[in-house]
Design a protein around this ligand. Structure first.
Ligand code: ZN
Ligand code: FE
Length: 227
């Protein structure tokens, strides 16, 4: 049975957030990862005739949870939030703990604590789909800002990501590829290669990338950085 992951770009606030909808092909039940905005998610769900049963939240920042309450009201769904940010996530019902497997609609989702951007930030790994939802820890070619954590914590979080299989697909919390490349320019010894990569990605709709690709091109995942 095929499981489908659909990125829904939420850009009403001009913040280019991604929400992800996950559902088995022959099922009408869906999981939402980061309900960034209600409207674009609702549009997609209605078009596909899907009923969300759960929202899984990566971290408490407003741009990742804005759709929580509205969608909960409409669908009577459960909201899963990182244990250390539980009180800050609107509508939170279920605590996600580090390395404690959740089974939702027969899909196994592993929360992995990834501090740095926020103190309780979870990334979510779905082994059967070889998919990792990285929230604001890792973007295409860049990493998230240190709002609450330390550089060391972020480094440890990135190492956790690097230890997953190389073919793991990365589904980031934002579509920041273009600005990530611009920020990275000064650090990159071969900017043309990156630019080329960006154009390829744009044709492929940018998302997802893979851990292998990030190890090659994301300056924050390289073993050494040439300045
Ligand atoms: Zn954030
Ligand atoms: Fe964000």
């Amino acid at each position: 049975m095929t499981t489908i992951i659909t990125p829904v770009l939420c850009n009403e606030k001009n913040m280019a957030n991604y929400a992800y909808i996950i559902n088995k092909e022959n099922s009408k039940k869906a999981i939402i990862i980061d309900a960034a905005e209600e409207k674009p998610i609702l549009n997609y769900l209605k078009k596909q005739n899907l009923t969300p049963t759960h929202i899984i939240t990566t971290h408490h920042h407003f741009d990742h949870v804005e759709g929580n309450l509205g969608l909960k009201e409409k669908y009577n769904l459960k909201i899963i939030a990182p244990i250390d940010e539980f009180d800050k996530v609107p509508g939170a019902d279920i605590k996600a703990s580090d390395n404690t497997l959740l089974t939702i609609n027969e899909i196994e989702v592993l929360p992995i604590l990834a501090k740095g951007h926020t103190n309780g930030h979870m990334i979510y790994y779905i082994k059967e789909l070889e998919a990792l939802f990285t929230g604001d820890v890792l973007f295409n070619l860049c990493v998230g800002g240190l709002f609450e954590g330390t550089p060391h914590q972020m480094f440890e979080s990135l190492n956790k990501i690097k230890s997953l299989p190389n073919n793991t697909k990365i589904f980031p919390g934002h579509e920041y590829t273009r600005s990530c490349i611009e920020q990275s320019m000064l650090k990159l010894p071969n900017f043309d290669t990156y630019l080329q990569k960006m154009y390829q990605r744009e044709q492929q709709k940018l998302c997802p990338t893979t851990i292998d690709e990030e190890k090659q091109f994301n300056p924050y995942l390289k073993e050494t950085i040439t300045i």
